[in-house]
Design a protein around this ligand. Structure first.
Ligand code: UD1
Length: 335
């Protein structure tokens, strides 16, 4: 069984990917410093998969910890999720973001080179496209200057990966550009664990429906969209997790020194107001909301062209927006 090192494997997307990897016959080895996750996620993963998981608590840029892991397991690939992701915080503490998000990637690449580990899947984001002129966005859509230091770290990391592969480092890399991950494992045992007030839409919706937040503010209803609110491509986290499994399999078929990028979205755009209404309908709960001011720096509309990932990986989303919002609510009830 192939051992796959998952940095940030106790986090939202990492934990769901661990489940999908086990399902596909891989052995995930998780490293996570639990700075934005909890150790009980590991117990939940064991409940879901019926398997004992290998977990190392620590920072994935800790070289001695990485070497210890390599001495205990033969690692055949890495999925690098671990990163800070709060857009607002990154504008206030940019160095923290550059240090952590870029430093950890560099440490992982050094580690891979030293240990002749060939395959890497990297968590990138549709944030690299900024506000595209033409929709939907394909992988050929030009990247734009990042709106935030967080976004810039994703762009810089993509560039580092491209340069590293070009240098004939002997590795194969795929950057997955995630659109908006939502939903949770259908069991309700794992999901997104926002610390403090959620910045993202769906956790705010579920917390408002649960009465934890008094009111959701819709950031603007006067944009040039069908109902005036912003448009995003909301992808179920299980489908997103599955894209990582497909990416690893595809890397295995390539020559070394391979780099490519793939959009991971559903291919559909939904507005913020559609998300709220769909959430209310599928879960039969009310969401108290009001229309507020636009959020500075918001992208008006973006959704993915998924032709590339559909045809190259034979990956297709199997969950609808309704499924995603049902699973998000199910998870909120667990919490
Ligand atoms: C944001 C980041 C993106 C990052 C992603 C990580 C920005 C501009 N973009 O994406 O770079 O990769 O998070 O998860 O910050 N909304 C409300 N009310 C709320 C919360 C959100 O109306 O309380 C709206 C937003 O205005 C937006 C939509 O919901 O139109 C989605 O917002 P969010 O979940 O924060 O995601 P993104 O902005 O797409």
């Amino acid at each position: 069984m192939k051992n796959i090192l998952i940095t940030g494997g106790a986090g939202y997307i990492g934990s769901h990917t661990a489940v999908q990897l086990i399902e596909a016959g891989y052995n995930p080895i998780i490293i996570d410093d639990l700075s934005n996750s909890e150790e009980k996620v590991l117990d939940r993963l064991e409940e879901i998969t019926g398997r004992k998981l290998t977990f190392y608590k620590g920072d994935c840029s800790d070289k001695s910890l990485l070497e210890k892991i390599a001495s205990e397991h033969e690692i055949s690939g890495v999925i690098h999720f671990a990163a800070f992701k709060a857009v607002g915080e990154s504008t206030v503490q940019p160095l923290k973001y550059y240090q952590n998000n870029i430093g950890s990637l560099l440490a992982i690449l050094d580690f891979m080179k030293a240990n002749r580990i060939k395959d890497l899947v990297f968590s990138s984001s549709c944030t690299v496209y900024g506000q595209p002129e033409v929709l939907p966005v394909t992988e050929e859509t030009p990247r734009q200057d990042a709106e935030s230091p967080y976004g810039n770290t994703k762009k810089i990391c993509e560039d580092i990966l491209m340069d590293f592969v070009k240098s004939q480092a002997g590795i194969r890399v795929i950057s997955l550009r995630y659109f908006n991950p939502v939903g949770a494992h259908p069991s309700g045992k794992i999901g997104e664990l926002p610390i403090g007030t959620p910045a993202n839409l769906v956790p705010f919706v579920t917390q408002t429906a649960a009465g934890i937040r008094e009111k959701l503010t819709v950031f603007g209803d006067d944009y040039d969209t069908v109902d005036g609110s912003c448009v995003r491509d909301f992808i179920h986290v299980m489908d997103l997790a599955d894209a990582h499994v497909k990416a690893l399999a595809y890397l295995g078929e390539q020559q070394v020194d391979f780099y490519d990028v793939f959009n991971v979205g559903t291919g559909n755009g939904n507005t913020v107001l559609e998300v709220i209404r769909t959430f209310e309908k599928v879960n039969r709960v009310k969401v108290n909301f009001e229309i507020g001011a636009r959020r500075p720096g918001d992208i008006v509309k973006i959704w993915a062209d998924t032709a590339k990932i559909n045809s190259v990986f034979n990956w297709h989303p199997s969950y609808s927006l309704e499924d995603s919002l049902r699973d998000s609510w199910n998870w909120q009830k667990t919490l």
